[in-house]
Design a protein around this ligand. Structure first.
Ligand SMILES: [Zn+2]
Length: 305
């Protein structure tokens, strides 16, 4: 290829022969120049980045020296150990809470029903603290710790579930004292001399002596299955607590609930009176298990021993 151009005031004609080699050299030079410009920009770019955010610049530029890398790994491992320690402490606290829960359960559960208390369903994956984190693989240790955190969460979830189901079970057991206010226990459960015919008879409940109009409370949550007048029980309320348990409240002056009502523990369901076969104002309270009366004293938490 031949290029001819005219230059200068005298109009000198110049001629150049452009060979393939010339062209290639030209292109190469241009390319090199572009690369240099690019490298230059990158270099200055990094210089600026280093000034404004050295950490980021280092990460972007992957400019870690072996010593820096070692320090960084040591730093991550330290953090991971800290997390591990926290998980360990949390597990200790959860275990403590579990122990206190157990104690409370025992305190709130009369001996007579303790054997039938809900068995704990198996707890979720138990937390096992890491003995030694793999120091050369912080990322692996990190995912191990995450898995343990998940296991701890499952453990906590099942512990809460167990507690809730225990409370639910206890809520429906007639273990609450059925009188709101002062009372005296006038007649216990068992053989006694009948106050009407003076003969020996079996007293099927516990008598709470208190003033007429003293509130009667439901001993546990349940469903009212009877709320009417009975010749001997007088105004009578019967609550079905499920699981074979019934509670009876006799000789009431007034009844505040109806058949089919759902009641909660300590809900006021009537007033103490002396209706029916009664010698004075009192609440005759019975607990039945599978159709048989049992000693209420063994069931009522604040009276049971
Ligand atoms: Zn009685």
């Amino acid at each position: 290829m031949q290029i001819i151009w005219v230059s200068g005031p005298v109009g000198r004609i110049r001629k150049v022969n452009l060979t393939f080699i010339h062209l290639m050299a030209g292109f190469s030079l241009a390319a090199l120049l572009l690369v240099l410009i690019g490298v230059g920009l990158q270099y200055f770019g990094f210089r600026m980045a280093i000034e404004y955010d050295p950490q980021l610049a280092k990460q972007l530029g992957n400019l870690h020296s072996p010593v820096e890398l070692e320090n960084l790994t040591a730093f991550y491992n330290l953090k991971l150990l800290e997390v591990n320690k926290h998980l360990e402490v949390n597990q200790e606290k959860i275990d403590e809470l579990q122990k206190s829960n157990k104690k409370l359960e025992v305190l709130a559960t009369p001996l007579i029903i303790r054997d039938s208390s809900p068995k704990q369903t198996s707890l979720g994956g138990k937390f096992i603290p890491v003995d030694g984190l793999d120091k050369s693989r912080p990322l692996k240790s990190f995912s191990d710790l995450l898995n343990m955190m998940k296991a701890q969460e499952e453990y906590l979830d099942s512990a809460i579930k167990n507690s809730m189901s225990y409370i639910q079970w206890l809520e429906s057991k007639p273990i609450g004292v059925p009188v709101k206010g002062a009372f005296g226990l006038s007649s216990g459960y068992g053989i006694r001399v009948d106050p009407f015919n003076m003969r020996q008879g079996f007293h099927t409940g516990l008598d709470f002596q208190s003033a007429v109009g003293t509130p009667i409370m439901a001993s546990a949550q349940g469903k009212v299955v009877k709320s009417n007048f009975d010749a001997s029980y007088g105004r009578l309320i019967v609550i079905d607590h499920g699981d074979g348990y019934l509670s009876r409240y006799a000789h009431a002056q007034e009844i505040y609930v109806h058949d089919g009502d759902l009641v909660k523990r300590n809900q006021i369901i009537g007033l103490i009176g002396t209706s029916g076969r009664s010698t004075g104002p009192h609440l005759h309270f019975e607990i039945l298990k599978n159709g048989e009366t049992i000693d209420p004293k063994a069931m009522l938490v604040s009276l049971s021993k």
